[in-house]
Design a protein around this ligand. Sequence first.
Ligand SMILES: [Fe+2]
Ligand SMILES: [Fe+2]
Length: 233
Amino acid sequence: MLDEAIRNKVWKIAESYYPKNDWAHGRSHIERVIRSAVEIGKQEGADIEVIELAAILHDIFVKYEYNIQHREAHSRADGFRHEIEAAKESRRILGKLGISDATIDAVAHCIEAHRKRSSSEPQTIEAKCLFDADKLDCIGAIGVTRSAFVSFEHGQEFYKEETDIEAYKRKNVRADGTIIDFRLHSSNLEYELSLKEVAKRMHTKTGRRLSEERAAFMDAFYERYAEELKGRL
Ligand SMILES: [Fe+2]
Ligand SMILES: [Fe+2]
């Protein structure tokens, strides 16, 4: 279990990085991820201290990355990666708080490997728990709401009728799966390209179990949305 005084100190630092009033990327996302990650971690027999530290810090640069993408659409083939920068910054933050090197290494790995479009795969049980918890927040009722929030934030349409998904990928998705121009993207395209597959990418037994119902809800939501749009429902 994470020491209460350390938890408070890490939160105090982390909060200054997170956007205020941002339901999708701010404190509420982090709190949901902590709850799921700790729950999965208990079921999987993982180190809860590592999981909690990593969960608090995993997205400290996500908004920074979004802002760059927003400003510099088309300008860079390999942009800023929030998981890599957050892992580096977390090493500095936790080092100053006197956390052991072994814990810092374990936390940094969790953060580096937390992303669907990550540069590295989660190798430890703690990293797998964080990955699964973070992905649970992308699917189900919360996932749909979050996707809508992100869509509007980027000035996108919520739903774009795209019949040729491969042509869209060639036009607006890099080889590593990241989006080139966010303005051309939408919630349903994100679902088609990525969110639809999230449940299949879970790393733990608990994560897989929890993701099934959420994924089924999300599939049904986008199917229904398409039908309503066609005027059939
Ligand atoms: Fe992230
Ligand atoms: Fe996250």
